[in-house]
Design a protein around this ligand. Structure first.
Ligand code: ZN
Length: 398
């Protein structure tokens, strides 16, 4: 039996405020009041885990249709231990290979391979025993930036890294957002600082692609308030906010990166996380302007999958310049969208290969990057082949 809306409101209000008014409310009304009206109480956002009631197809994609190269993973990190930097491996090769074989991953690129002797250690752990399965990239030796001849030193380091076995160069958002004139103090060093020119040139002449991440989602540059679509993510990681202080804007970081790509046309730049942008028209503009620019999709299927029609067109147009990548981090529990494992890969495959609707972009009870779900883009075989394997293979000279 439906209750007139006014009556229904009255009962809810009564229940909510616990008032004893409305003496005319009779027994019949009380019985038709929504059963949970008495228990409606504020629910913390963190406890809200709505389950979709949509009845839509759910395709399980256990293996990628073509074998793939995961261009963006973190199998090791450089950590600070007291006053020295050390390598921390996040897993053993055997542990990773098991998932790779099950999920049809031919090669994994460990981007954060470090520099100098640390790089050599990383290569010994991953690449040397399994040269056909793991590839290691090097990173700049930022702590040396105070050296008078840093530009030359850093250029030479790239050559040394290549000799040691590194196949590319990785730039974390350290450059532009953390690195300062005196490493941790002073003003921020700009992405297009001339001291890195020799490094970019060396990477180009040695055929080492540069995997570059310079900014972050636009929401990270806005106040962490009730209007921020990544409020929960920023609350969980307050240090990810680049709002205020002396931080450059998202646009300034991207423009500095663009100037670097323009100044070094022989160097190939893979702009990670779909060029750090949820703004596909802008990314397209950049791809049109800089023929040496590529993108990976790591940790951005949440962005791409919530605008499936625009994304599908983007893949059509730039099918030769988009790389499959996940940002997978073994045991990376703090960032559910990156936890290395079967589930993570199955979500990426489902996004790329199916036309499933409204599913989770990360293996987590609550969407960790923002409360929305995504749609598959159902790429055809010829584009899948390029994105999964061929584009990366070409860049790496495989
Ligand atoms: Zn990453």
């Amino acid at each position: 039996m439906a209750l007139p809306r006014r009556e229904w409101l009255k009962t809810v209000v009564t229940a909510a405020v616990g008032a004893v008014g409305f003496p005319l409310l009779d027994h019949a009304h009380a019985q038709t009041r929504p059963s949970d009206a008495k228990t409606v109480r504020p629910l913390a956002l963190k406890d809200y885990e709505p389950k979709s009631m949509l009845h839509v197809p759910e395709t399980h994609v256990p293996r990628s249709r073509f074998s793939n190269i995961d261009f963006h993973t973190h199998l090791s990190w450089i950590d600070r231990k007291g006053k020295v930097d050390v390598v921390r491996h996040t897993a053993t090769p055997a542990e990773i290979l098991k998932v790779m074989d099950a999920k049809n991953i031919r090669i994994m690129i460990n981007l954060t391979g470090g520099y100098g002797p640390l790089l050599e250690e990383t290569i010994r752990h991953w690449q040397q025993p399994h040269p056909d399965r793991f590839i290691v990239f090097t990173e700049p030796w930022y702590a040396k930036i105070t050296m008078p001849n840093y530009a030359k030193f850093q250029g030479e380091q790239i050559e040394a890294a290549k000799k040691a076995g590194a196949r590319g160069l990785k730039i974390l958002k350290t450059l532009g957002l953390y690195l300062r004139e005196n490493v941790t103090t002073g003003s921020l060093v700009k992405v297009d600082d001339k001291r890195f020119d020799e490094m970019w040139e060396a990477a180009g002449s040695l055929d080492m692609p540069v995997a570059i991440h310079v900014s972050d989602p636009e929401a990270f540059f806005r106040p962490t308030d009730r209007f921020n679509e990544r409020y929960e993510e920023l609350s969980a990681h307050p240090d990810w906010s680049f709002h205020g202080k002396d931080y450059p804007s998202n646009a300034e970081l991207q423009e500095a990166r663009n100037r670097v790509m323009q100044r070094h046309p022989r160097t190939k730049f893979v702009c990670l996380h779909t060029a750090d942008s949820e703004n596909l028209p802008y990314v397209s503009e950049c791809l049109d302007r800089y023929p040496n620019m590529y993108v990976d999709i790591a940790a951005r299927i949440g962005e791409l999958g919530r605008q499936p029609r625009m994304t599908r067109k983007f893949f059509d147009k730039y099918q030769d310049r988009i790389l499959f990548a996940t940002d997978a981090t073994p045991h990376g529990d703090e960032t559910p969208q990156q936890i290395f494992g079967n589930e993570l890969y199955e979500i990426y495959y489902r996004f790329l290969e199916t036309e499933d609707e409204y599913f989770d972009y990360a293996p987590a009870p609550v969407p960790p990057q923002g409360r929305w779900r995504i749609y598959g883009i159902g790429l055809p075989g010829e584009i899948l082949k390029k994105v999964y394997y061929e584009n990366a293979a070409r860049l790496l000279g495989l």
